[in-house]
Design a protein around this ligand. Structure first.
Ligand code: ZN
Ligand code: FE
Length: 240
């Protein structure tokens, strides 16, 4: 069983610290910065042995060098972005696995937000680290890819089991939900969820991880009926 800790950094990023108690390995997903991550691991008596990157953006890799310098950890990331993440030690793509002790994650290619974006899915833990591809009620902006690619990504992710926890990299839920209500004004599950989200945010609490079941019911990008509809919704959200 993995222990998964959420570390809020910068204005709205979440860095995930993941500990495997048998091997005592500890991994960081997408460290935007180093200091708060090193401090959290220290506080728990955990030694960081790995960093896993989902894509090259600085708010996901900015802490790589300093954490590696402090711990000697190994850094794993997308093969297609190896030139853009010079700190990588190992490059992976769909079909490859990454492991924390004996716990194995499958790599899934999810290009669109960036051209080489990947996700890490732990089947035995029902946990997926999706970076900036899937958010609670949202999806990543299409900086280096197409709506067709994002539509395909949603098909891959919606196949994961209902209970799969989705660890995304930003707290965007409230603004995503506000747009989602415009896209699907009659979606009752969405209205109920938004009420809960507003309560959590008023208390300053996090709204992630989410689950695949919740996203299937409330995410207007996962629910888009076609790549064309996803494209239209993405443009509308960009201008919302
Ligand atoms: Zn990004
Ligand atoms: Fe990001």
């Amino acid at each position: 069983m993995l222990e998964i800790i959420r570390i809020p950094v910068l204005s709205d990023n979440y860095v995930w610290l993941v500990h495997e108690p048998e091997s005592l390995e500890t991994m960081v997903v997408d460290p935007a910065v180093a200091e708060p991550v090193l401090a959290e691991a220290d506080k728990r008596g955990w030694k960081i042995t790995q960093i896993w990157n989902t894509h090259w953006h600085p708010d996901h890799t900015g802490g790589n060098a300093a954490i590696k310098e402090a711990t000697g950890c190994q850094i794993i990331g997308p093969e297609a972005e190896r030139e853009r993440i010079p700190t990588l030690d190992r490059f992976v793509k769909e079909g490859d696995t990454a492991r924390l002790g004996d716990v194995v994650a499958d790599v899934i290619d999810v290009p669109a937000h960036t051209a080489g974006h990947i996700a890490f899915y732990f089947p035995t833990e029902k946990a997926a680290f999706v970076g900036d591809t899937l958010f609670a009620m949202g999806c990543g902006r299409l900086f280096e890819g197409t709506a067709e690619q994002m539509y395909d990504n949603m098909r891959k992710l919606e196949k994961l089991p209902d209970a799969t926890k989705i660890y995304c990299a930003h707290e965007y839920t409230k603004s995503n939900g506000e747009y989602a209500l415009v896209a699907e004004p009659d979606n009752l599950a969405l209205k109920e969820r938004m009420a809960e989200v507003l309560t959590l945010r008023e208390r300053g609490e996090a709204t992630v991880p989410t689950t695949i079941k919740l996203e299937r019911a409330t995410n207007p990008f996962m629910r888009a009926a076609s790549a064309e509809q996803l494209a239209a919704r993405r443009i509308a959200k960009d201008n919302f």
